[in-house]
Design a protein around this ligand. Sequence first.
Ligand code: HEM
Length: 329
Amino acid sequence: MGVTASSTAPTSGSPATNESREAGGPLSRLPLPSIRLQKGLAVANLIAQVGIMTTGVTVRVTASGLGCETWPRCNEDSFVPVPGVAPALHQGVEFGNRLLTFVLTAVAVALLLAIYRAGRRRELKTLAWAMPAGILAQAVIGGITVLTGLVWWTVALHLLPSMILAWLAAVLLVRIGERDDAPARRVVPRPLTWLTWLSAVLLAGVLVLGTMVTGAGPHAGDARVEAADRLQWPIQWLVHFHAELTVGYLCLVVGLVLGLLALRAEGPAIRRGVVLIVMIVAQAILGVTQYQLGVPELLVVLHVTLAGAITAMTGAIWAAGVLRERVPA
Ligand code: HEM
């Protein structure tokens, strides 16, 4: 293999073993990605996974969900929008969101190739494979959502896998900066690790209830969605459950951070926990405000974007429980 500019930079944090571990075969034709490039791709992947939720919710609140009325084609006989078939704004927003799938895929594939080319450890490869697999699953679920005419629970099921992908993308970003050959050290004791799991479970509950609030709310995704396809439960109750579970989640995260402080936990867990608390409080203020104001579109977009960021931060805290020596950048 020829020496490239990047091959002199650390790639896996175990320079002594790089030569033996990096990929052979057709992949060896690719330049060896530096750790900085791998981290950059992992950051881009996380931004893309949260960003697609921002654009996805924009499709919903602008009522553009059926801007392309079928799937995988946009219209009966065209893969791209046909002028006049639907309002131009709806076509542009929905088709633009579909096109973003290709950007997401390109980033995910580049990250996967970089990890294989650098011969990184199996954990990273598994996390990286989850990205294209999840994007593929989301493309199919998105199609089902359109084909069923935006029934509320299909819209909910379309959002939630993206939250899982954001969580995994954050774990991957944390882990990619760690040496492959260094031993893993548990720095957060098991009982507190259980608390991080429990907080993730509560967050999942908050997210599911959020999608139910949306299912009963005014933003169905298209003016043609029928009442029978909406969740016919009183929205005030759902909002209350959603908000009360948020309070439970917040209390748990505060308890977790206090526990980490008491034990003087090593590493970034405490810092990330404090940032998460600030994010949850901001989300609660945003949530209450949007409810009081009759769910204005812009606030809903911010609410879902922040939900994605909160989910990613929950993943980063979980990942901070076990540390490896970091690769020098
Ligand atoms: C950690 C805290 C929270 C998270 C992670 C969160 C997350 C979410 C999610 C994922 C949705 C569904 C969006 C969609 O389906 O497109 C949602 C909807 C909603 N949330 Fe929250 N939420 C939180 C706290 C709150 C609080 C405290 C309130 C206050 C009442 C609130 C009010 C709402 C409302 C009104 C909706 C419906 C928006 C619509 O009609 O589209 N949220 N939330």
